[in-house]
Structure formats: C-alpha cells, structure tokens
Design a protein around this ligand. Structure first.
Ligand code: ATP
Length: 618
C-alpha cells in the first residue's frame, strides 16, 4: 500500500501506542552517557555548531535584503545600489550553500565515527558474553541491536540534533528580524504560524492513523490469501465446501480496505485545501495590515519592509513544523539509546580475573570436584560430579541423551561456570586461570562442526595463523581427509560454502579434527556425533581419532563402541550423576545402566555397521 505524498513524513511525527507505553525515562545519567559518546568529537561538534549558526543566519539574509532591493534599489530608482544588492544577495545564498556542504560533511563524519565507536565497543562486549547469553537470546535480536539500533543513532545525530539546532536558530533570527521591522506585523505573523501548523499536524495525524489501519487490513487480506490460496488451504476449503464462507470474508475485508483508502486520499485532499488557503491567507493579511498602517496611520513602514515580513513568514513554517515533531523524535532517540545501553550493561559473566594465572606449560590433567551445574535454578543438570583425568590418559563419557555429557565438558574451557564445586585444570581452578591460556590449552571437536564461510585453508589457519603448508598437509593427513582435499580441483583453496554446507557431515568433522590438531592442545575433547554417519566416513573418523587419543590426554563423549573401547576409563552418566565407572568388560557384567546402553545402542550400532559392510558389494 502506498502512503501517498507526505505520508512518510507524517508517519515520523507520531508515536505508536507501543512506543508511548515504552517511553524511556530520560535521566541525567542517560543524557550524560549519550553525551559521553559525543565528547571525543567536541572540536568537530563545535565547528558544526558554528556552520549551522552561520548558514541559518545567511539563509535568512536574502529575505531581509529583498526589502532593501525594493525600497533603496527599485523604488528609489538607484540602479547602482540595486545591482550591488542583487550581487550581495546571490553571494550570500551561495556562501550559505557552501557552508551547508561543510556542515553536511562534518555531520556525517561525526555520526559515522560515533556509530563506528559504538559498533566496535558493542561487538567487543558481545564477544565477552557467555554462551548462555547466545543460547537464551534470539540471534535476530542481537543482530538488530548491532545494526538497526546503532544506525538509528546515526540518524539521531544527523537529523534530530541538527534539526533542533538549525530550526531553532532560524526561528529566533526570523522572529528578531520581524520584530525589528515592525511589531504589529510581527505579532500577526506569530499568530498565523500556529494557525498553519496546527491543522497540518491534525491532518497528518488523521492520515497516519488511516494508513496504520489500512496496513492492518492489508496484512489481514494477505494472511487470508496465503491461507486459502495455498495448495493445502484450497484442499481444506474444497473438502469442507467453504468457498462461499471464505469469499464473504475476503469481500468484507476488501470493502473495509477500499473505504479506508478513499478516506485516506480525502484526508490528504482536505489537508491540501487547508494548507493552500492558510499559506495564502498569511501573506495577504500582512499586505492588508501593512497597507492600512502605511496608508491610514502614516506609519514609516515601507513596501520593502512588508515584503521582508512576508518572506520571513514563509521561512518560518518549515522550522515550526519540524520542531513540533521533535518531541516524538527525541523520545524515539532516547528509546534507541536505552536499548543499546541495555546491551552494554549486561554483565560479562565469564572473564579472566585481574590476577589470573598463566602457567608455563599445560599438561591436560583434569579434576572435577563435587561439581554442580544448572542452566536454570529450577533444574539441576549436574549433581556432585567428581572424577580425575591424568595427563596422557583418556576417559569416555557415555550416557543417555540429555544426561549432561556435553554440559560436563563445556565447563572445562569455561563456556559456562560451575554453580557448585570446582573444575581444575592441571591442579588449578579454571576460574583462576587466564581464560585465553585455558582455551588455548583445550581443543574441542564438537558434535556440531562449525566451519566459517571461506576456503578449507582459511578454516585451518583459524587455529594456527602461521602454520606452514607442510603443517597443514600433515594435520589433514592425520585427520584422514587429505586424499579428499587433494582430489578437489582447488585443493586447500576449495570453498566450503556457508557454514561448510558444501561438505558432508563426516568431511566437516575430519576437517575440524585437523583444525584441532593444528591447535595442538594439551587436552582434547571429542564430542562424537550422535547422528549416524555412513560406515566409510565413520571408519575414517575412527582411524583419525584413535592415534590422536593415544598420543594425548582426551575426554571422549562416545556413542560408538570402538570409541569407548579406546579410552582408559569409562564414566557412565545418567540424569547428571556419575552412576558407574570402570572398563568395558567390568561394566558390561555389572548389569546396570552401561549394560542397558550396550544392549540397546552400542551393540546395535555395531551390528548395523557390520551389516552395512557386508552389504557393500551390492
Ligand atoms: P546428547 O547426548 O543428546 O548430546 P547430553 O548428555 O550431551 O545429550 P546436554 O547437552 O549436556 O546433554 O544437556 C543436558 C540437559 O541440559 C538437557 O536436558 C538439555 O535440555 C539441557 N540444556 C542443554 N543446554 C542448555 C541451555 N543452554 N539452556 C538450558 N538447558 C540446556
């Protein structure tokens, strides 16, 4: 639906019910905080202020000069002066425009720099937020704050602030100039301006409301069409014989729409009638009163003076109108800043302590000491979990889906912090270690392999930017993926597509194993994919992971028997508690949770895999 001429401008001037209800509280702190972003650019701001002041005054000068052109040039028949005044008037206009260019440049420069600062600060802040922030906030909301809300700041600086300044200056200068010429005419002008602006606002509001109403009906119609003209919708309509019913609903909505459209276009029409009448009443009234003063009261007012008054009056409508919209814009601007500051104020939950420890070398020892953890206080996810993993050994964590296996390992690189007990890395509580050191020492191959949109090489270099070609190839060979990459036309420079979509799950996981190998961490965490991979891929991953496990300290969240068997110890976790621990043979015989898992999952997976291999020749 088109809004018609002036619709967009009208829309800007009013607040929606939602905006009215969510008006921010403008406190001294909020204002000081907003200005703290402007402060570094005070020199440029001062210069802009100067430009606005000068250009606003200069733009009014030609109107004032018109009086002199008429009285001292034309009526006094002084051609010399007339030419000089015309040249001066043109020069002033040109000068004002030049200053306007500088003002626009400065304005945009300041706005861009402030949003640049804000965006960088926000990005850095968001990167420090814990995983729980990203899991509990909608990604769309986060991106909106980063993009639209901060862009809103730009428009506040370029439009709202400058518009308040330049319009106020223009008005003050115009009013002073008018009163200096003649107080009677100036007062009449002061009465006429609101007479013009009030109906403008009223008509704007009516149009705005009608537009909103017709947008709602339009949405309703679109919804109706989408529902009833879709394949399954039509099937339902036909099978229930609802054609007439749906038609009536459509016709009724359509009728409301045309009525609204007619009212909307008429609201615009009346608005133009009022506008044109009032804009011509203003000057006519000034001519009339000016004429009466001149002819009947022998006032020393001149033709030029009256013309100046009319011209100044014409220049006042725009600024008054804009200033009437300022309150709305101001509320919106403050709401925008409040939303941005809300994000800045979210505490960084996981960060290095000021006196964080950076040990000389990492060995990969892990201790869980009576660890408790919950995402929400209502539900404890890990309960009194204790185990020790010695450097050089490996442990497999098995358990039913949702029992807390991934949660357990996420506590080691501090993606989350424990809510009770403690996790130690090489004998030091992870919360006392330097976060960068800790995360550098722990390598994770997660279930959800994430590759950035780029080439295989770029994805590998993410782990070790200075890796040589030989190192890359060696890691890929160890991860059992080199043959595949070599067979690609572009080799290491093959693009992986958005999130690695161009690769299979197994290929992605092997690349991510290579990536972790390049990182060369003291502790390796391997979260095995639950989803079934084909047996070839599975074997390849197995071949890649086994030597890795043997050569370094590792924690394996295992779903397949072969992975479980390669570990030194097995921890069986159920409902967040370690219920059994030991080695395979011993646990199978115990007849507990592990035996059940073995019978229902591992054994079956093994049988499927064997069958898969047997069937292969077909
Ligand atoms: P799977 O084998 O299916 O991967 P898991 O044993 O690794 O499961 P976790 O991912 O650790 O299980 O999840 C343990 C419990 O915590 C589950 O019930 C899950 O719903 C819940 N959970 C996981 N992540 C979050 C989160 N970010 N916020 C709230 N609850 C969560």
């Amino acid at each position: 639906m088109s809004m018609g001429p002036g619709g967009g401008r009208g829309m800007r001037g009013f607040l929606t019910e939602e905006e009215k209800q969510n008006q921010p509280k403008v406190t001294k702190e909020l204002l000081l905080r907003v200005f703290s972003y402007l402060a570094p650019y005070w020199k440029q701001l001062l210069l802009t202020l100067g430009c606005i002041l000068l250009s606003s005054v200069l733009r009014l000068l030609p109107s004032i000069l018109t009086g002199k052109i008429l009285d001292d040039g034309l009526i006094a028949r002084n051609l010399d002066l007339l030419i000089k005044l015309i040249i001066l008037s043109l020069a002033v206009t040109f000068g004002a425009e030049l200053i306007g260019v500088a003002e626009s440049y400065l304005n945009s420069w300041i706005a861009q720099h402030i949003t640049f600062d804000m965006r960088n600060a926000m990005y850095a802040h968001l990167q420090k937020m814990s995983q729980s922030f990203f899991t509990s906030n909608n990604q769309g909301d986060i991106i909106t704050r980063m993009t639209s809300d901060i862009s809103g700041v730009q428009s506040i600086i370029t439009n709202t602030f400058t518009s308040i300044l330049s319009n106020s200056i223009t008005l003050v200068v115009a009013v002073v100039a008018m009163y200096r010429k003649n107080w009677v005419l100036a007062t009449i002008g002061m009465i006429i301006v609101p007479l013009f602006t009030i109906p403008t606002r009223k008509a704007g509001k009516t149009r705005w409301e009608l537009t909103r109403e017709s947008q709602a009906v339009n949405d309703e119609i679109n919804g109706l069409l989408n529902e009833t003209l879709s394949v399954s919708g039509q099937l339902l309509v036909k099978l229930f014989g609802k054609e007439e019913y749906e038609y009536q609903k459509y016709e009724e909505a359509n009728r409301r729409m045309i009525n609204l459209n007619i009212r909307e276009s008429m609201a615009g029409r009346w608005f133009r009638v009022i506008l044109s009448t009032l804009t011509s009443i203003g000057p006519m009234l000034l001519y009339l009163v000016g004429g009466i003063l001149m002819m009947k009261y022998d006032s020393d007012i001149t033709v030029g003076d009256i013309t100046v008054m009319v011209s100044l009056l014409g220049r006042m409508y725009g600024p008054v109108n804009s200033l009437l919209n300022i309150q709305t814009e101001w509320i919106r601007a403050m709401a925008n800043f409040t939303r941005i500051f809300e994000y800045f104020d979210m505490p960084v939950e996981i960060e290095s302590k000021p006196d964080a420890i950076i040990p000389e070398a990492a060995y990969g020892n892990v201790d869980f000491e009576h660890v408790y953890f919950h995402y929400n206080p209502e539900r404890e996810i890990l309960k009194d979990v204790s185990f020790t993993l010695k450097s050089g050994n490996s442990v497999a964590i098995v358990g039913p889906s949702g029992s807390g296996k991934s949660t357990m390992v996420n506590l080691i690189p501090r993606l989350y912090d424990v809510t009770g007990g403690c996790v130690k890395f090489d004998g030091v509580d992870v919360r006392d270690l330097d976060l960068k050191y800790l995360r550098d020492s722990v390598g994770v191959v997660s279930q959800e392999t994430y590759l950035f949109n780029g080439t295989i090489r770029e994805n590998l270099l993410y782990a070790k930017p200075d890796a040589t070609e030989e190192e890359l190839i060696e890691a890929l060979k160890k991860a059992n993926i080199y043959d595949f990459i070599e067979a690609q036309d572009e080799g290491l420079d093959t693009k992986v597509g958005n999130r690695g979509l161009k690769l299979s799950g197994g290929e992605k996981q092997r690349i991510s194993i290579a990536r972790v190998l390049l990182k060369d961490p003291a502790l390796l965490i391997f979260d095995e994919a639950t989803s079934a991979l084909d047996s070839i891929n599975e074997n390849k991953i197995q071949e890649a992971i086994e030597p890795l496990i043997e050569s370094r300290t590792s924690i394996l969240i295992a779903h397949r028997l072969s992975t479980i068997l390669s570990a030194d110890e097995i921890l069986v976790i159920k409902d967040g508690e370690i219920v059994e621990r030991g080695v395979h043979d011993q646990l199978v015989k115990a007849g507990g949770v592990y035996t059940e898992l073995y019978e229902t999952q591992f054994k079956k997976a093994l049988e499927v895999m064997n069958k898969d291999n047997e069937n292969k020749p077909c």
